[in-house]
Design a protein around this ligand. Structure first.
Ligand code: AVI
Length: 323
């Protein structure tokens, strides 16, 4: 279902998905998982967001990678097996692969099988000496590593894009813990983390002038209509991106323009005028706050690379030594 693999549904099968969506709509406040952003159109809209002048994240992360990939690769050392969570097109990975010394293997992990195989095929043509072992899996759930990678001396999880920020703290911690388990005692994690900044900059990044993010947010409703036979009226909702200071996050919501009833799975869901449906969290961290979170997952920050304006960071984490 989802082409962009950042977050995948906890359940599959259309009945289970319907129950999952209904459960979110019965909560107060109402919720709809961000997984629904990503169908063919949603993936196209997300790629367009990454090019927007207001959306600094992708551009800044690429800038940091271009500038510091050689240092990152040197810190990871020779003979590393690189495991990328939610690999997509592996675009940023290339910058790393260009500098890694004798990488043992590259393991892109992604839920979208066709895109995973396409991207792996393209990469194999450009890096003929690299052993590429694609794994089609939901990285938020336990999955098996290929046997020869599981025993590699230095295993490195690469998780760019600041996707960790889309998880609440409990799930972010368990994802970091899973990374810690995968890399073992002598591995590392290289992760993109977006940083706290002026809330006006953040709100603009998630509510651009061209309205692409609004369309992306509304696409969740379009997707639920098509996939689960619901009848959300897209014209009856407004996009909202708001900074929530005490949670240090942007929240994306859809706000009902009128009293309405939506039909899904044989149920009638009443939505009042002005009622919010929360669709996404985008946490923004301080360096200290993220180091604390990583620490609770058994990972210690070893190095941090940032752009000169300190908008975004790429951080090297290693398992914490037990004192
Ligand atoms: C995928 N993820 C890192 C994006 C973000 O910035 O949190 C998703 C996104 N939502 C709205 N714009 C982009």
């Amino acid at each position: 279902m989802a082409k962009h693999p950042s977050i995948v549904p906890a359940v599959s099968g259309s009945d289970a998905l319907t129950q999952d969506v209904l459960a979110g709509l019965k909560k107060s406040p109402k919720e709809l998982s961000p997984v629904w952003f990503y169908d063919e159109l949603g993936s196209f809209l997300f790629d367009s967001i990454c090019e927007l002048p207001e959306y600094y994240i992708t551009r800044t992360e690429l800038q940091i990678m271009r500038e510091h990939a050689a240092e990152m690769a040197a810190s990871l050392g020779p003979d590393a097996a690189l495991i990328e969570f939610g690999s997509g097109t592996s675009m940023k990975t290339r910058l790393l692969l260009d500098h890694l010394e004798m990488p043992r293997a590259y393991v892109p992990v992604d839920i979208a099988r066709e895109h995973l195989l396409d991207a792996a095929g393209t990469l194999a043509r450009d890096y003929p000496h690299l052993r590429i072992i694609p794994v089609c899996a939901d990285f938020t759930q336990p999955f098996d590593l290929p046997a020869n990678v599981a025993v590699a001396r230095r295993r490195v999880v690469y998780f760019p894009g600041s996707t960790l920020g889309n998880f609440d703290n409990v799930h972010a911690r368990s994802l970091l813990k899973r990374m810690r388990e995968i890399v073992g005692g002598s591995g590392a994690v290289l992760i993109g983390i977006d940083l706290r900044k002026d809330p006006r900059v953040l709100e603009r990044a998630y509510d651009d002038a061209a309205g692409v993010t609004a369309e992306f947010n509304l696409n969740a409703l379009r997707h639920v209509n098509r996939e689960l036979g619901a009848d959300f009226d897209l014209d009856a909702f407004d996009h909202l991106a708001t900074w929530v200071e005490n949670q240090s996050r942007i929240e994306m919501h859809l706000v009902s323009r009128r009293d309405q009833v939506v039909h899904l799975g044989g149920e009638n869901i009443a939505i009042a005028r002005g009622e919010h449906l929360r669709t996404e969290y985008c946490h923004k961290y301080t360096l200290e706050g993220f180091a604390n979170l990583a620490g609770t997952a058994g990972l210690a920050v070893q190095r941090v690379w940032m752009d000169p304006q300190e908008r975004f960071s790429i951080q090297l984490l290693e398992p914490r030594r037990i004192q």
